[in-house]
Design a protein around this ligand. Structure first.
Ligand code: NAI
Ligand code: MG
Length: 355
């Protein structure tokens, strides 16, 4: 009997309603080709759901999502809804409650695309940002005091635990062993002399257990410049929740568009389902026009299948993306005029044609 994967589908808001269905159509095609089944169930969670129900997801959502093999997600957030809520009440909630402590964000230049970095080619841009996804700067532990007063002030405290640092470090070194065996810890311990100095110390201890992997440290300011000037120095970037969030958008930019970046929020032990989503947000400025680039969403489907053990299917999706970009089929953000659905259909054609 062929395998069946249970996938929870959460379009979310904005362009999610266009790019997630595009991704699902690719998933259906790849499943058919590789002889497995995808059993999908859609959930209407997000800012639109909040507008109608006063909350971002149903009260039983986390327990319900636990029953799936994976979650395939677009993005959440709408201009008319308080933008402090989407991360707190949906994205971070799922990431932490389902212990998706790895945010895996690959950066690579697809065939046929020109990077905005004039002198860089495919061989120069091929690395992964591993963003710590459960703690750090985004634990939202803080308070706003006397906001309307002259002496108003606000705090957000970062939390870095030995347990949290060790597990993300081990993941990064093990990932590097499958790649070019190089880990760069992107940090700022010269100024965050408590939290990030401790982060560095624990990572250096873990690094000693991987003598076959080249290990170095780079400050976030230098790393940002290096993304632009010499991206070829990177293989696996191990970094914090905030730094990884920012660097992965920069990674999207050097690939040619934010719309290209795919990602996985991963629980490596598979105790809980992982969640796969593009690196960008809900892009309300271009929603509803069928012009959003679906490649980041479709790449996220490949990352999902790889996580589920369908590596050949995952590779086929990436090959389909590359064949599509190589022939110059591009959405507006990349200077083309193909629609969201054109790109998905083209990728499906390539998947079906490939032997
Ligand atoms: P954004 O990533 O949605 O958009 C930034 C810019 O990139 C926009 O000009 C947009 O049109 C463009 N863009 C993004 N994805 C694209 C695609 N697939 N194809 C072509 N162009 C694309 O970030 P922004 O504008 O800061 O945030 C919009 C909303 O998304 C906010 O409510 C924000 O909170 C939310 N957001 C949600 C995330 C999530 O659910 N994980 C992550 C980031 C932002
Ligand atoms: Mg982000």
């Amino acid at each position: 009997m062929s395998k069946t994967y249970k996938i929870a589908v959460v379009n979310g808001d904005g362009i999610g309603a266009e790019i997630v269905p595009a991704g699902v159509s690719v998933l259906d095609a790849i499943a058919k080709k590789h002889g497995f089944n995808i059993e999908k169930q859609s959930f209407p969670f997000g800012a639109g759901y909040y507008r109608d129900h006063g909350k971002f997801m149903s009260d039983d959502a986390i327990e319900t999502l636990k029953k799936f093999d994976a979650i395939y997600f677009g993005a959440v957030g709408l201009p008319e809804i308080d933008d402090t809520l989407p991360a707190r009440d949906y994205t971070f909630k799922v990431r932490t409650e389902l212990k998706q402590y790895v945010n895996y964000r690959p950066v690579k230049l697809f065939s046929g695309l020109k990077s905005p970095l004039r002198t860089k080619t495919e061989k120069d841009i091929d690395f992964v940002v591993v963003r710590e996804n459960n703690e750090g700067e985004f634990v939202q532990s803080g308070k706003t005091f006397y906001a309307d007063d002259a002496h108003g002030f606000a705090t957000d405290t970062s939390v870095f635990t030995r347990f949290g640092i060790e597990r993300i470090a081990h993941y990064s070194f093990q990932l590097a062993r499958k790649r070019r065996k190089k880990v760069t810890n992107v940090t700022k311990s010269n100024t965050l002399i408590n939290s990030l100095a401790y982060w560095d110390r624990v990572i250096a201890e873990v690094a000693e257990q991987y003598p076959d992997v080249e290990f170095s440290k780079m400050y976030i300011d230098n790393a940002s410049a290096s993304f632009v000037l010499r991206p070829e120095v990177f293989d696996v970037i191990l970094t914090t929740n905030l730094f990884g969030d920012i660097l992965s958008d920069l990674g999207g930019a050097i690939m040619g568009s934010l719309g290209l970046g795919g990602s996985g929020n991963i629980n490596p032990e598979k105790d809980f389902p992982s969640m796969f989503e593009p690196i960008h947000g809900s892009a309300p400025d271009i929603a509803g026009k069928n012009i959003a680039n679906p490649i980041g969403q479709i790449w996220s489907a490949a990352i999902m299948l790889d996580h589920l053990g369908e590596t050949e299917a995952a590779n086929d999706i990436v090959a389909g993306i590359e064949a599509t970009t190589a022939e110059g089929n591009l959405t507006v953000d990349l200077g083309g005029n193909a629609s969201t659905s054109d790109i998905a259909n083209r990728i499906i054609k390539h998947i079906e044609a490939k032997k």
